[in-house]
Design a protein around this ligand. Structure first.
Ligand SMILES: Nc1ncnc2c1ncn2[C@@H]1O[C@H](COP(=O)(O)OP(=O)(O)OP(=O)(O)O)[C@@H](O)[C@H]1O
Ligand SMILES: [Mg+2]
Length: 303
């Protein structure tokens, strides 16, 4: 089966810099592919190129095995879009927002009504179907935008930060729904700042920074490639720099504020070393995607 997205050398330039600077990636049919990266890394710009909202300044893009440019009219009909900012009409009801969007797909009226009824159940919005969009909570708005993206029965759904700002209940509900879509064979391409979301949902990921791809692979591959398997966090040393003292401990140490992070394949030796330091709090955990993210993109603030 053809790759759903086949991107080579994608470039997008803005005055003074390249927001996307020659990236290659492939999204395979039926997978969930995630893009991670700090603020301004170029994630949304990449998604906008894939959905045809932002022109390419270089490179090539094929969707479903067909070149995206000049745009093939059937391609965009096969893509559902969840933008980073909700762009619902606040003065239309939940159902009206879905109806208006559904008209772009030239779906016969009776079919559209059935589809909307199904999507209201999917998004758990049946009881709020007549509420104005402006009256909805953040979680409901996001669920409505996701429901809206599914009106045309897309083969690819592109989601820019689907759960940013949502409470854990809403986030878990959306993860569940996205997994259901994936089980039905829908391909998902998403960005997220939540490493747990990436770990839970994504088959493969790429990490971007300054418009470039730093690495890509499955969550487990990225973790094993970039960080030691175990992490010991030692907290409460008052910010004093004691790293030199620890140079004989196995692994790598990073000092951030009042915390030392020991990345190692021998966490027990580190825990033993601190056993009598009752002034410190020690926590051992497996390495995760957040460790990979921070190692690859650094700890400095963006923006
Ligand atoms: N229309 C535009 N005009 C000028 N610069 C832009 C435009 N859109 C994006 N940029 C710049 O391109 C870079 C990448 O932006 P983009 O929105 O793709 O980042 P992002 O990875 O999605 O960040 P975030 O996590 O904050 O959403 C940023 O430096 C941004 O300021
Ligand atoms: Mg963005």
């Amino acid at each position: 089966m053809a790759d759903v997205v086949f991107a080579t050398g994608l470039i997008r330039e803005y005055p003074g810099h390249k927001a996307v600077n020659s990236i290659d990636f492939v999204v395979k049919s039926g997978e969930c592919f995630g893009i991670l990266g700090p603020n301004g890394a170029g994630k949304s710009t990449t998604l906008k190129m894939v959905i045809g909202l932002t022109a390419l300044d270089g490179g090539g893009l094929e969707l479903f095995g067909q070149p995206m440019y000049p745009e093939h009219p059937t391609i965009s009909q096969r893509i559902g879009v969840v933008p980073q900012e909700d762009n619902l009409d606040p003065d239309l009801s939940v159902v009206e927002n879905l109806l208006v969007y559904g008209r772009y797909f030239a779906i016969p009226n009776h079919e559209l009504k059935l589809k909307i009824a199904e999507l209201l159940v999917f998004a758990q919005l049946e009881e709020r179907q007549d509420a104005m969009a402006r009256e909805l909570s953040g979680g409901m708005l996001r669920r409505l935008v996701i429901a809206r993206s599914l009106i045309g029965n897309p083969d690819l759904v592109v989601l820019d930060e689907p759960t940013t700002g949502l409470d854990p209940q809403a986030r878990h509900m959306i993860w569940q729904r996205l997994r259901t879509l994936r089980e039905k064979g829908v391909t998902l391409l998403l960005t997220t700042h939540y490493m747990e979301e990436a770990a839970q949902l994504c088959d493969r990921l790429m990490v971007m920074n300054h418009g470039k791809i730093l690495d890509q692979g499955s969550p487990a591959e990225l973790i094993s490639r970039h960080v030691e398997p175990e992490v010991v966090e030692v907290r409460g040393n008052g910010g004093s720099s004691e790293i030199e003292e620890y140079s004989n401990l196995p692994g790598r140490v990073e000092h951030v504020g009042d915390t030392m992070f020991f990345y190692s394949d021998d966490a027990h030796t580190i825990l033993d070393y601190f056993r009598d330091r009752h002034d410190l709090t020690c926590l051992m955990r497996p390495a995760n995607l957040e460790d990979v993210f921070l190692k690859l993109t650094g700890r400095e603030l963006r923006d």
